[in-house]
Design a binder for this molecule. Structure first.
Ligand SMILES: NC(=O)c1ccc[n+]([C@@H]2O[C@H](COP(=O)([O-])OP(=O)(O)OC[C@H]3O[C@@H](n4cnc5c(N)ncnc54)[C@H](O)[C@@H]3O)[C@@H](O)[C@H]2O)c1
Length: 253
């Protein structure tokens, strides 16, 4: 079992879904976690439910100033910060050329710029910790194209590239940077996209998922991979992206 005792983490998008599950597992494995989210009340409620090793902070990941405040709050609360999980992200689900310029820009601001800003503004604290680890939330959509997910696919591919470059540039500091690429996982994000996908594909979403990836992934399964990558067990792992998808990407049919 992955041991995270002594780890002090900032997790973005932690009010619900994958981010909340990552925070929950980290705490169960001994870490202290700052739950950051644009949904301040949701992050506070989640932190309250997780006990004294959890705190919360408002953070819109598109704002460098918000990230600076979130990192400062983490360092102040836990005496340092050694782990960053750039998890916050949004989806736009419609044909690429029906997406508006505003939708495209907002998605890129959260999914791509948010990851850049998180790494940029955490760097000093991670270096100071002497054991920095960054895990960026990409997606299976970052390694393959999917209709209706055009800008989302592009944003998640960008997350993989940011991960690679950061890993190489930061290797001398000892900071490891990895990405996680889940297929469909049971969260509100997936609940939101079901009607659009069903209408476009003409197949019930459950049947599509059963055919392509066996079943929905669980947030706990993804959190386990993130915990491993944050831990000292992954000490020679950097610049990589890890697919969790029940075999979706492996199959031609
Ligand atoms: N659910 C899936 O199937 C799946 C698969 C692959 C990757 N992902 C990725 O995992 C991450 C989490 O997804 P989820 O399914 O838990 O989504 P979700 O919609 O359930 O939760 C996303 C969280 O991010 C927060 N958030 C949104 N915009 C923000 C901003 N500007 N600043 C800070 N926080 C913000 C939301 O308030 C929410 O708490 C995303 O990056 C998503 O792209 C999800």
């Amino acid at each position: 079992m992955t041991d995270l005792h002594g780890r002090r983490a900032l997790v973005t998008g932690a009010a619900q879904g994958l981010g909340r599950a990552i925070a929950t597992l980290f705490i169960a494995r001994g870490a202290q976690v700052m739950l950051a989210d644009i949904d301040e009340a949701g992050a506070a409620q989640a932190a309250d439910s997780l006990g004294p090793n959890a705190r919360s902070v408002h953070c819109n990941v598109t704002s460098g100033a918000d990230f600076t405040r979130a990192v400062d709050a983490t360092v102040a609360a836990f005496g340092g910060m050694d782990t960053l999980v750039n998890n916050a992200g949004i989806e736009v689900v419609k044909p690429l050329f029906e997406q508006s310029e505003e939708e495209f820009e907002r998605l890129m601001a959260i999914n791509v710029k948010g990851v850049f800003l998180g790494m940029k503004h955490s760097l000093q604290a991670l270096v100071a910790s002497g054991r920095g680890a960054i895990v960026n939330m990409s997606s299976l959509a970052g390694v393959g194209g999917a209709p209706l997910f055009g800008s989302y696919c592009a944003s998640k591919a960008a997350v993989i590239q940011l991960t690679r470059v950061a890993a190489v540039e930061l290797r001398p500091t000892g900071i490891r940077v990895n990405a996680v690429c889940p297929g469909f996982v049971g969260t509100k994000m997936v609940e939101r996209l079901v009607p659009t996908v069903e209408a476009a594909v003409g197949v019930p979403f459950d049947a599509l998922v059963a055919m392509k990836q066996g079943r929905l992934g669980t947030v706990e399964e993804v959190a386990e991979m993130v915990a491993f990558l944050a831990s000292d067990d992954a000490s020679w792992t950097t610049g990589a992206h890890y697919v969790l998808d029940g075999g979706l990407a492996a199959g031609l049919l």
